[in-house]
Design a binder for this molecule. Structure first.
Ligand SMILES: Nc1ncnc2c1ncn2[C@@H]1O[C@H](COP(=O)(O)OP(=O)(O)OP(=O)(O)O)[C@@H](O)[C@H]1O
Ligand SMILES: [Mg+2]
Length: 397
């Protein structure tokens, strides 16, 4: 068989399908672009049955020259390469818009700060690529419309489930609201307002907005270091009732969408302290807490019935009205060589070289919360040494 180079459009479609798999993921890429463009206000509109999403921001906007590069693969203003991966920007591959241009009808309208003009570019491959000065000027920022996602890929299109896209999109904005408290976001679905997150002065306020004042009042600041010293974990931990979408980890200030091993480690530690066997087979070490725990206002709104299911990170979890769950928003600091964010096409998925060390430090931080909680003191110094991790320190303050 002769060796041939694959056609450009074949490579493009294979690669694009790997980068974007759902409508909510398309929305997430657009929201992350808005965040990278220093937007403080991001409005999203979802049209699940049309497989379309529009994200509008008040960020930096783009010049005409920058707009003309949209749709080209590996074109980015964000450093790029492995050095860019460790920078503050969420984007580093220069792939998201190129993939969306290959998979959908793309329309980008942007305010060019240098000229004050608003440019619109419409890309409908292969026939249409037009750029013109918009007759609807923007005051600032960019609006990106992705229409008819997977129009040319009927199997992918058929796999989109409109109802799950809305729930997944709400989760994207919930995570963004915790990751970037200073950014306000909103989500409409078929024109109806479904979620709003106001800009907040701190992460604690952002947690209060999402999970309620009662949960926020139970939050404690924790800190733990892994035995080898390579991973420092700090952030907020508290208890709430039910739901399971309240565990968020940042690694060197990068927001990570899925870190199932860390999430299951947090839940194991929680189950263990709350004295339930839990779905993960942990041992009871403490009696269950007295009193009612506050409910979390999850994406679905309703308190789920008791049952076992997998969450969106693939972690098995028991959900039910009385289930206590851990609210944890944690920062992991470590040497950038200890992890890889380019491991998976979804760039918010992360792999560590030493999972045991990082999960140990995470568990130690949860331990610190519970040890302080049991002693009734928020100011106690709790040593997590022994139970999960030798020579870890964990404090509650
Ligand atoms: N909302 C926006 N405001 C301003 N510039 C934008 C916006 N969206 C995209 N851009 C510009 O378009 C470029 C390409 O975006 P794209 O999302 O394809 O790549 P990226 O964000 O650099 O990397 P990644 O593929 O990892 O997301 C960005 O680097 C940025 O310069
Ligand atoms: Mg991007």
């Amino acid at each position: 068989m002769a060796v041939r180079r694959l056609r450009h459009d074949v490579v493009d479609s294979l690669r694009s399908g790997a980068v974007i798999a759902t409508l909510a993921q398309a929305l997430e890429e657009l929201v992350l672009n808005s965040a990278d463009a220093q937007a403080t206000c991001v409005d999203c509109s979802l049209f699940p049955s049309e497989a379309s999403v529009v994200v509008s921001d008040n960020g930096t906007g783009m010049s005409l020259a920058e707009l003309s590069t949209i749709g080209e693969r590996h074109v980015s203003s964000k450093g790029g390469g492995i050095a860019g991966v460790h920078g503050m920007a969420m984007g580093f591959r220069g792939e998201a818009l190129a993939s969306l241009a290959a998979l959908s009808h793309l329309e980008v309208s942007t305010h060019d700060r240098s000229t004050g003009k608003t440019w619109t570019r419409i890309l409908q491959r292969p026939a249409v690529d037009e750029t013109f000065e918009s007759d609807r000027p923007r005051v600032a920022g960019t609006a990106v419309a992705v229409r008819q996602l997977f129009a040319a890929m009927p199997v992918r299109r058929a796999r989109l489930v409109p109802s799950s896209e809305l729930a997944a999109a709400v989760r994207v904005l919930q995570r963004m609201a915790l990751a970037l408290p200073h950014v306000s976001t909103s989500l409409r679905c078929d024109g109806a307002l479904r979620a709003t997150f106001r800009a907040c002065s701190s992460r604690r306020r952002a947690i209060a907005q999402q999970y309620g004042e009662e949960t926020a009042s139970r939050l404690r600041r924790v800190q733990a270091r892994s035995a080898c010293g390579g991973f420092l974990v700090s952030g907020y931990v508290g208890l709430a009732r039910s739901s399971n979408d309240a565990q968020l980890v940042f690694v060197n200030a990068r927001y990570c969408k899925r870190v199932p091993r860390l999430v299951s480690a947090m839940r194991r530690a929680t189950d263990s302290f709350l004295g339930r066997p839990g779905p993960l087979g942990t041992r009871a070490v403490l009696p269950a807490p007295r009193g009612r725990l506050p409910a979390i206002r999850g994406a679905s709104g309703a308190a789920p019935g008791s049952r076992l299911r997998q969450d969106d990170a693939g972690v098995p979890v028991a959900v039910g009205p009385d289930r206590a769950c851990i609210v944890a928003v944690l920062d992991v600091e470590c040497d950038p060589s200890r992890y890889d964010v380019g491991f998976d096409p979804e760039k918010t998925v992360i792999e560590f070289d030493d999972w045991e060390a990082v999960t140990g430090a995470i568990v130690a931080s949860i331990d610190a919360y519970f040890l302080g909680w049991r002693s009734g003191s928020c100011d106690s110094l709790a040593s997590a040494t022994g139970r999960h991790l030798l020579s870890a320190i964990a404090t509650i303050r």
